[in-house]
Design a protein. Structure first.
Length: 507
């Protein structure tokens, strides 16, 4: 972005129109780049004089300064002095105090004494005294990322971003809505999605994304404004897009309209940081949840949910591992009152959806969420994983009971040997749903179902004194991996002989 004093906009017709640079400004962009490259090794003051002359020759000094501001970000300025300026000043002031400087000759004498104490020449001391002042720093290198065309493209993008900094609201339609929503969530912007009735899409999504602008917050923050403006990079990467923004122009409300027909391009490969989560609260929760080993998979940014004429994309969804069941999860942080009411309205319009909401205690809306038949858990600072896991286990108990009720009371698998987990997977349920099911043709040994005839055959093949390895080989022939449970069922135990291995003996 540019600083606001470099903003070039037209307010003709009551609108808000950024004054983009065109092809005709290519020579000017080349001269700005060349001015920096031609002043490597010279003080900043000399460079500034050259830029001032260029401003006078050009039609628009703000355009020159805007282009220069972008090139300067790729420039390196250094302090050119034999000794550190602060050290030189300290020595000079101490020497001046000792000789009580009044005249120029006394000042020169003080500098000589100071230079002798630092073992440098008086000229080097004089040069170092204020070498760290901005105008005396030397341009040591400049490596612009862009050629003149690229610099103009970067300028136009930066100009549009700066224009959006005073927006109260942004309304966007894109041919790549998935990338747009993903960027909005990564940038931690407040938003909602509206479904439009307009049948003429022109390649754009039929859904409009409305993003809350920085000037609509409790307190306009520069950090939010920068994130808000950076969204334009993702918007402009789409093949087709259109946006309208409501701008607070020093108290007057104006409309800024931009689209893919404007000269806004993303000239370099600088992407949005690939952050997986909207906030540290979400990232922290996801990291801790993944270590629980529950029968629930955490899904980031699930599919949109219809809420009346709008659309809501929850932060997460929990997918049950044993069946088609989902619980959606939203984390409500510190938002504006209007945004909170929109969220509550969306929650009220959700039907036949299991929703869990973690609510920042400072919002005080937990009871309102519960009144909408959704589960609410309060948090402060971080979301307690235990609170979420407790809710998931409640759902899980009901799911297990429902699955068990749909199964017959008696199960008769055709396999001679099958694990409980494999049988549960065959029926699309969790192993807990089989806990009370009868298996009259099989005996349950540990986590394995075995026909009695197979157990008898195994018993005939085992004998006391066999090594554990040989006994396991006998069991593996029948597809049994849980050796300890079967050996115990057949009244054997393992007697260990250090590192030499084990031997099965009768109990």
């Amino acid at each position: 972005m540019l600083t606001k004093d470099l903003l070039r906009v037209s307010r003709a017709g009551g609108g808000y129109h950024p004054q983009f640079a065109g092809r005709e400004h290519r020579p000017l962009a080349a001269r700005v780049i060349g001015t920096y490259q031609g002043h490597v090794g010279e003080p900043r003051a000399t460079l500034e004089d050259a830029l001032t002359r260029l401003e006078r020759e050009a039609d628009d000094f703000k355009l020159v300064r805007g282009l220069a501001a972008l090139v300067e970000r790729e420039a390196t300025f250094e302090t050119d002095a034999v000794i550190e300026p602060e050290r030189a000043r300290r020595a000079a002031f101490e020497a001046a105090e000792a000789v009580d400087v009044v005249t120029e000759d006394e000042r020169a004498m003080a500098h000589i004494r100071a230079s002798e104490s630092l073992d440098v020449s008086a000229d080097d001391l004089e040069a170092a005294l204020y070498a760290d002042l901005e105008e005396r720093q030397v341009l040591s290198a400049v490596e612009p990322r862009w050629d003149p065309d690229g610099l103009l493209a970067q300028y136009n993008l930066s100009l549009a971003q700066t224009s959006l900094f005073d927006a109260t609201e942004l309304r966007v339609r894109s041919s790549d809505p998935k990338a747009l929503i993903s960027a909005i969530k990564r940038l931690r912007l407040m938003y909602e999605i509206r479904r439009l009735d307009d049948e003429s899409t022109d390649g754009l999504s039929e859904r409009e994304v409305v993003v809350t602008g920085p000037t609509h917050l409790f307190r306009a923050t520069r950090r939010y404004g920068i994130r808000f403006a950076r969204l334009l990079r993702t918007v402009a990467k789409a093949d087709a897009w259109h946006l309208e923004a409501t701008i607070d122009d020093r108290g007057a409300e104006r409309t800024l309209a931009l689209s893919d027909t404007d000269p806004i391009r993303v000239p370099d490969a600088e992407p949005l940081a690939e952050v997986s989560f909207d906030s540290g609260v979400e990232a922290d929760f996801a990291a801790r949840f993944s270590n629980l080993g529950l029968d629930w998979e955490l899904v980031r940014e699930p599919e949109p949910l219809a809420t009346g004429t709008r659309v809501m994309i929850p932060d997460f969804a929990f997918e049950y591992a044993h069946g088609d069941f989902r619980i959606y999860f939203e984390i409500m942080g510190f938002w504006t009152p209007e945004y909170i009411q929109k969220k509550l309205s969306q929650l009220a319009d959700l039907e036949d959806v299991a929703m869990l909401v973690a609510v920042n205690e400072s919002l005080g809306v937990g009871e309102e969420i519960a009144a909408r038949d959704h589960r609410a858990i309060p948090y402060s600072g971080t979301v307690r994983v235990k609170d979420v896991a407790d809710v998931l286990r409640e759902y899980e108990r009901q799911l297990v009971a429902d699955h068990a009720a749909r199964l017959p009371d008696t199960l008769r698998p055709d396999d001679d040997v099958i694990t409980v987990d494999a049988l549960a997977e065959r029926h699309g349920v969790s192993a807990d749903a089989l806990a009370d099911k009868a298996t009259p043709d099989h005996e349950r040994v540990g986590r394995t179902l075995v026909r009695p005839a197979v157990l008898e055959a195994i018993a005939d093949d085992l004998e006391a004194g066999m090594t554990l390895a040989d006994a396991e080989a006998v069991l593996e022939e029948d597809g049994i991996s849980d050796a300890s449970a079967v050996l115990s069922r057949l009244d054997y135990r393992v007697e260990w002989d250090g590192l030499a291995g084990g031997t099965i003996v009768e109990r």
